[in-house]
Design a binder for this molecule. Structure first.
Ligand code: GLU
Length: 433
């Protein structure tokens, strides 16, 4: 492409990324129109139930006070307590968190687990902050949220930029400030904790594991053996690294991996365990001896069967979609495909396994962690994986059934399954008063 064509494409991409919530609304409306969703339910789901914004100071290591803005959006609790992650990232904003919260509602409904949808985040650059600063940030935010979270009300979890440590700080702050008397079941206020502090075996890898169960379902559907498949993965954080490691264990070839540090590729398949060790040691993908460094943009045209975007939203733009060489996109991230890219993928007959199914493994195992906390149980990882697989495969089948019945794409079909559950709950319960 010429320079001007490239800059025109970049400008169009910037425009297509303008409102994530609008993109989420478009997906929702497409399914609502197709199924003839009840008008009142549609109106209710158009906006989140609660939008909480808190501004709070944090003492930095050098003694300065810095003001941070945190969000918790509670989209729907018709099927159970609000549920969803907490994101630490400089791009966190109200529009983004609203979209992510709505996706949680549909993800949980599709998985058939008794949760609604929520999401939170703090606009910050966690990688520039010390451990102590992150701890004070997390605790102060949790304190500011107060009783807006709780094991029966709204249950946060890790997301981009947060992990089990942050969840343990949230739990500890909550137990010390709000719910001091239920030290056992109170741990269910957050999921994705460390094993010592009430986490579940299999939770850390759960989103990546779920992506691989989605991959397994798709391969079976299409009559492919996993050992024949070539996979490209974008993002090597919690989701991407586990998805790559597990897919490789299942016999697939990981031919390219890209993240914000660069990309590496090997047409014969990367040794993902060695790549993970290299990444741990150097903090980046390029320079891996078992692969060739790749221009980050060329990553998108890697010849492969399966493309797994597992980083952040809006990564597959129309322009990148026009260069993709895959048969299927399995969305490990939330919202990785822009609406214009989605049209391009449809035109090019590239299938999409949508985020609300493909990355549901995280919240499904969060549900298992929540049950374990409430019952003071500790399940073995085999049981966690078995139950996760069952729910993921069931969701996949229900999505496919609707897609065939309605002659529609996977994403719209997945929304229809989720919306039908929410619609039934409203039909049975009505609204208060
Ligand atoms: N943040 C993850 C997601 O987007 C997990 C949410 C959870 O476990 O509640 O699905």
């Amino acid at each position: 492409m010429s320079d001007t064509a490239l800059s025109r494409a970049a400008a169009a991409d910037a425009q297509e990324n303008s409102s994530l919530y609008e993109a989420a609304q478009m997906q929702f409306r497409r399914a609502a129109d197709l199924m003839g969703l009840d008008g009142s339910v549609r109106t209710i789901l158009e906006q989140p139930k609660n939008e909480i914004i808190v501004n709070f100071p944090v003492r930095m290591d050098d003694g300065r006070y810095e003001l941070f803005r945190g969000y918790r959006i509670q989209h729907s609790n018709i099927l159970g307590p609000f549920k969803g992650g907490i994101r630490f990232h400089p791009e966190v904003n109200l529009d983004e968190v609203k979209a992510l919260a709505a996706w949680m509602t549909f993800k949980c409904a599709l998985a058939g687990i008794p949760f609604g949808g929520g999401k939170g985040g703090i606009t910050c650059r966690p990688w520039t902050m010390s451990e102590e600063e992150q701890m004070r940030l997390t605790r102060r935010f949790t304190h500011a949220l107060g009783t807006n979270i709780g094991p029966d009300w709204d249950i946060p979890a890790p997301d981009v930029g947060t992990n089990a440590r942050h969840m343990v700080w949230m739990m500890d702050t909550y137990l010390n400030s709000v719910n001091a008397h239920d030290r056992n079941r109170g741990r269910a206020v957050v999921t994705g904790k460390t094993l010592t502090c009430g986490g579940s075996d299999g939770r850390e890898k759960a989103t990546g594991q779920g992506v691989c169960f989605a991959l397994e379902s798709w391969a079976k559907d299409r009559g492919h053996k996993l050992s024949e498949l070539k996979i490209a993965v974008q993002g090597f954080g919690n989701v991407g690294s586990h998805a790559a490691l597990i897919a490789a264990e299942m016999g697939a070839s990981i031919v390219a991996v890209q993240d914000h540090t660069g990309a590496t590729a090997n047409t014969d398949g990367l040794d993902v365990v060695a790549l993970f060790a290299h990444w741990k040691e150097t903090g980046s993908l390029p320079g891996f001896a078992g692969g060739d460094d790749l221009e980050p943009e060329s990553f998108w045209s890697t010849p492969c069967d399966v493309m797994i975007p597992a980083a952040i939203e809006n990564q597959i733009t129309k322009e990148r979609a026009s260069r993709l060489e895959a048969s299927v996109v399995i969305e490990g991230a939330n919202g990785p495909t822009t609406p214009r890219a989605e049209k391009m993928l449809m035109k090019r007959d590239i299938e999409v396994i949508p985020d609300i199914l493909a990355n549901a493994g995280g919240v499904i195992v969060s549900f298992f962690e929540w049950i374990q906390n409430r019952n003071c149980e500790q399940w073995e990882v085999e049981m966690v994986d078995r139950r996760l697989r069952r729910l993921l495969l069931r969701g996949y089948q229900q999505m496919k059934e609707q897609a065939r019945k309605l002659g529609t794409d996977n994403r719209t079909a997945a929304y229809v399954v989720a919306l039908a559950r929410i619609e039934s709950a409203y039909a049975e319960r009505g609204i208060f008063p």
